[in-house]
Design a protein around this ligand. Sequence first.
Ligand SMILES: Nc1ncnc2c1ncn2[C@@H]1O[C@H](COP(=O)(O)OP(=O)(O)OP(=O)(O)O)[C@@H](O)[C@H]1O
Ligand SMILES: [Mg+2]
Length: 238
Amino acid sequence: MRKEVILETRGLWAGYGGKPVLQGVDLSVREGQIVAVIGRNGVGKSTLMKTLIGLRPSDQGSISFEGSLIDRLSGHRRARLGIGYVPQGRDVFPRMSVYENLLVGQSIGASQKPAGQIDEIYGYFPILKERRDQRAGTLSGGQQQQLAIGRVLMGKPSLILLDEPSEGIQPNIVQDIARIMVELNRATGITIVFVEQNLDMIRSMAQRCYVMEKGRITAEIDTATLEDRDAVRQFLAV
Ligand SMILES: Nc1ncnc2c1ncn2[C@@H]1O[C@H](COP(=O)(O)OP(=O)(O)OP(=O)(O)O)[C@@H](O)[C@H]1O
Ligand SMILES: [Mg+2]
């Protein structure tokens, strides 16, 4: 049975101070899929993520989530509906402990579901258990990324948006995070949309890719084509 569409945009426009960045983005993601958005620096990938979660207003077009239009809802309401967002650069609360960061995530997530249990997060990310009392600002980049993901998972989202999870992280940790995300997707059915420039992470996680150029989706890459490294690499930063 084909799964339902969970996230869809039609002709989405957004920008900054009258300067358009997104210029008619169309995308469609089904429940349980893992989809990458790739593209060179500055094409609007982060702007797309911010517009989806509601940190930036859209100027035209629509965003629907689980069949309902959400583009006029606040970011807070979208999070409550079950959309989790991990920004580029992670943004953990540096002076709070790992444990306290996770507790914050519990309070801002999807309201209709029982909040995630910290032990479940520790199960996926054992390093967070080891470091539970450590201040988040003193963790390595890879540990902070795991914490940022764990914090969002505490809210039990059905869709998670990840903006460049591999950025500034050692290759072996990138592979660990990719593996954990695939495990999570298999175990819970969570839908994952992630922006990425790291070819290894894209190939180990994505079932398909959208290519973004100048604020538009200009191509789609399916699983078979993902095998062809050069086909993917041409759309990434050099
Ligand atoms: N807060 C802002 N104010 C004004 N312009 C912005 C702002 N944030 C981004 N832009 C501009 O919008 C365009 C798209 O930026 P965005 O961050 O979405 O790109 P990106 O694809 O995520 O790039 P990167 O790969 O470097 O993260 C760029 O030209 C950028 O300079
Ligand atoms: Mg970006």
